[in-house]
Design a protein. Structure first.
Length: 282
């Protein structure tokens, strides 16, 4: 079942309405979080809400309700939807007001929670791996105070995914002007080289992924050496393993990059080991 909760009011998707003057619609002036359930329970909800608060602070958006109240709305929505497993998308916009970029024109931030049935990626994506491409671009928040915030302006990612689909791939790796690999369109990036796990630092402007944090802790438990450092694009053809992580996909092996095999061309053992360890937490 799909439901929407707008400023605390539950409605069907067909009944859901927000103003055309809402700044989330007009300017992408909004933040969001995506949460999934395991056994009907929202996983890592506290961490997601804490990151929502950090995003709000970076964009100078005042939260319209306490984190506890937002979390309670999410849990009530999941219970009401009665799906075997659900996805909850939490969105906060700066609110509505007359046309104009000045944030001071906005009044009363809007909160929207969408509850959807969760549909995992196909099993063969985990078994066989996926393809990805590299995509050079500059994102709207790069080198701004909002860098690292989870903002709703995803035009760069939309164009990157379009390019990936045209090349028969599933994900696109964002490459910045320095030639550094930042992240996927909706994922964090990890590589494995000579038994070492490498992922970019948060200071590079990546999203501080919730699943990423769980994977780093999993690597620590498994005594896998981790390097958190910049990854240069030219490193990618010579890695042993490559994978992405996200809330909805957990860990997906990347076995082709720009049409060329990664490592053996099959999901690697360390990728599977870390994924198995992560699932113990869920």
């Amino acid at each position: 079942m799909r439901i929407a909760i707008i400023n605390g009011q539950v409605c069907t998707p067909e009944e859901a309405r927000i103003s055309v003057y809402d700044r989330g619609f007009l300017y992408g002036d909004s933040i969001f979080e995506t949460v999934r359930t395991y056994g009907g329970i929202a996983f890592a909800l506290g961490e997601h809400l804490a990151r929502l608060a950090r995003s709000a602070e970076r964009l100078f958006i005042e939260l319209p309700a306490s984190l506890e109240a937002i979390g309670a709305e999410v849990e009530r929505g999941i219970a009401q939807a009665q799906n075997p497993e659900s996805v909850a998308r939490i969105m906060i916009t700066r609110g509505s007001g007359p046309l104009g970029l000045d944030p001071g024109l906005a009044h009363h931030p809007t909160r929207v929670i969408l509850i959807e049935p969760f549909e995992p990626p196909p099993s063969e994506a985990y078994r066989d791996g996926i393809g990805a491409i590299t995509f050079r671009t500059v994102r709207s928040t790069d080198d701004t105070p909002a860098a690292g915030a989870k903002v709703a302006n995803y035009l760069t990612s939309v164009l990157a995914i379009r390019e990936a689909r045209q090349q028969g791939a599933t994900e696109a790796f964002i490459i910045d002007g320095r030639g550094h690999v930042l992240e996927g369109t909706t994922s964090n990036v990890f590589l494995v080289k000579e038994g070492r796990l490498v992922t970019p630092p948060e200071e590079s402007g990546i999203l501080s992924g919730i699943t990423r944090a769980y994977l780093l802790r999993a690597a620590e438990r498994l005594a896998i050496h981790v390097s958190i450092r910049d990854i240069r694009e030219e490193e990618l053809p010579n890695v042993d393993e490559l994978f992405i992580s996200s809330t909805l996909r957990e860990v997906l092996p990347v076995v082709r990059l720009d049409g060329r095999p990664v490592g053996s061309g099959k999901p690697g053992p360390l990728t599977r080991q870390i994924h198995t360890e992560f699932r113990k937490a869920t």
